[in-house]
Write a protein that binds this ligand. Structure first.
Ligand code: NDP
Length: 285
């Protein structure tokens, strides 16, 4: 079997087009969705992510504001800046780019962002709402994965989903979203015994590990849906996922490539969340 390739770039483009149309109609009502990204320090990868977010905001007609703070910024200064933005009606989404310098407590920072502007979906209130199936900002990468499944007509209810990875930003929430849509969910992690035995049970296999070519054909059931979240560099410095694409795509039913799989969806769902926040701000007026 040769897998259908899930083209995240195409789905992201379609969603971005829809978002841009809604942004334009909101502007007609006098509201321009505004996202602020706070970058503390000089992490090279973070700078690339932040630049992409700014670029996408502009493409979709949204306002984007980048606040750069030096590495030596104190925690108190950062929290004060967030409070100021929480109270700024022109800002609908606040994103603090992680990781932060070591002297700043990430949990405190996330909990200071108003849940109403937490477009990353990392605030414990929003995570709690997600867990209880309420309408809320969903974390962008897991949300993007659910949209990919929907766009390719892949039903989730009753399926056995196996998620490899249990980080707060990807593994845990994607398992929860799959559960919310009635999958039977197994989480695997570094202490899981006989990983391949678990992953071979999967109708839907999500790999969010961060190790190149970690999932091979022996981990995959014939015809499974394989979602590769990993963004890694292989020994040759080339971008690759967690899944050994060539061999797994011979066995899977569907597979996301890297690049052009899950990656483009993450930023798109961030834009979607910012748009929703702007719409809700009108309803609160
Ligand atoms: P983390 O490092 O936070 O989590 C990795 C997870 O993999 C952990 O739960 C860890 O288990 C598990 N793991 C590590 N080694 C093994 C092993 N040998 N067997 C089974 N499980 C293992 O990573 P993230 O969740 O933040 O990211 C995962 C990948 O996804 C990375 O490549 C990252 O770059 C990428 N990513 C991509 C995004 C996108 O937009 N496409 C967005 C975010 C991340 P344990 O908990 O026991 O340590």
């Amino acid at each position: 079997m040769t897998a259908v390739i899930i083209n995240g770039r195409d789905v992201a483009d379609k969603k971005k087009h829809e978002i841009a149309q809604e942004v334009s109609s909101l502007k007609g009502q006098g509201v321009t969705p505004g996202l602020v990204v706070i970058l503390v320090g000089n992490n090279h990868a973070s700078r690339t992510y932040v630049t992409n977010k700014e670029k996408t905001c502009k493409e979709l007609g949204m306002n984007s504001l980048l606040i750069e703070m030096p590495e030596e910024t104190s925690e108190a200064e950062l929290l004060a800046k967030i409070e100021e933005l929480n109270n700024d009606a022109a800002i609908h989404g606040i994103l603090v780019q992680l990781p932060l310098p070591k002297h700043i407590d990430e949990t405190k920072v996330i909990e200071t962002i108003s849940p109403l502007k937490d477009v990353d979906g990392f605030h414990p209130i929003n995570i709690g709402r997600m867990m209880t199936g309420q309408n809320t900002f969903l974390p962008c990468t897991p949300f993007g994965i659910m949209v990919l499944l929907e766009e390719y007509g892949i039903s989730v209810a009753g399926k056995h989903a196996v998620v490899v990875g249990r980080s707060n930003i990807v593994g845990k929430p994607v398992g929860q979203l799959l559960l919310n849509q009635h999958a039977t969910v197994t989480y695997c992690h570094s202490r899981t015994k006989d990983l391949a035995e678990q992953t071979r049970q999967a109708d839907i296999l999500v790999a969010a590990v961060g190790i190149p070519n970690f999932i091979t054909a022996e981990h995959v059931k014939e015809g499974a849906v394989v979602i590769d979240v990993g963004i890694n560099r292989n020994e040759a410095g080339k971008l690759c996922g967690d899944v050994a694409f060539a061999e797994v795509s011979e066995k899977a039913g569907y597979i996301t490539p890297v690049p052009k799989g899950v990656g483009p969806m993450t930023i798109t769902m961030l834009m979607y969340n910012t748009l929703q926040s702007a719409k809700e701000s009108i309803n609160r007026k």
